[in-house]
Design a protein around this ligand. Structure first.
Ligand SMILES: [Zn+2]
Length: 390
């Protein structure tokens, strides 16, 4: 595969050339358009006034798909969309900077893949290291530090055997990016990273501008995908996160950097309040059951107590299991008509539930000591009153 001219000379964005193969899939004598490859999208722009829809490498040819036709032999003007190309150069170089930062943080690092879209860039790290939030923040900090340090970015072809021997060069073994028959193209960020790559890059890291890590995911076994943004997308994300942090800090009356501590305190307070609330509910329930037990009545030759309490079904079941002294049958109902029945020796709680569901509908069951019912067509007080009145 022939070297891509755009990668060698990424600053030439306008040129005159002759059409070699005409039609709507045009091959030129010479081109500075970047054909899609190695995770970098095709350049946008115009050719002879026609919009370039796609650029692909086919064998040694770079094919430009245009929205019209051009004649073979025609002299045409090529104009590459400068904003999109510049974005790709920055994004692509940023991915090398990110990989270089990964070298400093991760164990047994390998290159798992890379891709640029207009909104974001992804780099797949092959590493056993667990990339947690703290590591992600450190990764972003190192990347922006490298941008600020204004390191030179250079590219050159090296004999393949020599390059493959170098331990410090990252290769994408899946696509063998940058490899041709005899040589490999090495992109180096001075003192930071070296990688085999055929894409377009800026010539100094300061041209990248701010880099914002967006998040991470796991696309496969042993791989961690880190997504980031350069340019407006990244700047906007940062502004949104900062606004959210300031907003939360103001609500809690603290500074953004003290938020973790403030939120931790809040969580502890919430847990303490919830525990206090649960204890109070228990006491209220105890008092209600004691009141109900005081109103005991005789039925079928046994001592019963029945009443309505506002508690959940599980709490009711617990209470009927521990019946107050002297109560042989205890029926507790929620206001909406859920029932729990607890009985002593010689009396079956399931039979009591069956009698009540026969009369009021719904269903239930349980053991001979404790049974429950729900879905009755009557509310709690109706069911309880029926037991006293019969
Ligand atoms: Zn590259």
């Amino acid at each position: 595969m022939a070297p891509v001219t755009a990668a060698e000379d990424p600053e030439t964005l306008a040129f005159e050339t002759t059409v070699r193969d005409g039609g709507n899939e045009v091959v030129l004598e010479e081109t500075y358009f970047y054909p899609e490859g190695g995770g970098q999208p095709a350049d946008r722009g115009t050719l002879g006034g026609l919009t370039v829809l796609d650029v692909q490498q086919r064998g040694d040819d770079v094919v430009h798909v245009v929205d019209g036709t051009l004649e073979a032999g025609e002299t045409v003007h090529g104009a590459i969309d400068p904003d999109f190309r510049r974005y790709c150069m920055r994004a692509h170089t940023a991915s090398h900077v990110l990989y270089g930062a990964g070298r400093r943080l991760f164990d047994e690092l390998g290159y798992g893949g890379f891709g640029i879209t207009p909104e974001k860039v992804r780099v797949d790290f092959s590493t056993p290291t667990d990339i947690d939030d703290e590591t992600l923040v450190e990764l972003e900090r190192l990347v922006n530090r490298c941008v600020w340090d204004s390191r030179d970015v250079t590219w050159s072809r090296q004999p393949q055997a020599e390059a493959l021997d170098r331990d410090d060069v990252a290769f994408n073994t899946k696509t063998e990016e940058g490899l041709t028959d005899e040589t490999v193209r090495i992109v180096e960020i001075d003192g930071w990273d070296a990688a085999a790559c055929g894409g377009t890059h800026v010539s100094n890291t300061q041209e990248i501008g701010p880099v914002t890590v967006l998040g991470r995911s796991n696309p496969g076994e042993g791989l961690t995908r880190v997504e980031f943004a350069v340019g407006p997308e990244g700047i906007d994300r940062r502004a949104a996160e900062k606004a959210a942090a300031l907003d939360a800090a103001e609500t809690l009356g603290t500074a953004p950097t003290d938020l973790p501590e403030a939120v931790g305190r809040l969580r502890e307070e919430r847990e303490a309040v919830a525990a206090e609330r649960d204890a109070l509910r228990e006491r209220i329930l105890d008092a209600s059951v004691a009141d109900i037990a005081a109103e005991r009545f005789e039925r079928d030759g046994r001592t019963w107590a029945a009443g309505v309490v506002d508690a959940d079904a599980n709490a009711l079941a617990e209470r009927v299991r521990d019946r107050p002294e002297g109560i042989e049958v205890l029926v507790l109902a929620t206001p909406s008509g859920q029932l729990a029945v607890g009985t002593g020796e010689g009396c079956d709680a399931g039979d009591v539930v069956a009698t009540l569901t026969d009369r009021f509908g719904g269903g239930g069951g349980g053991s001979s000591e404790v049974a429950q019912a729900g879905g009755l067509d009557a509310d709690g007080s109706t069911v309880v009153d029926s037991l006293r009145d019969d």
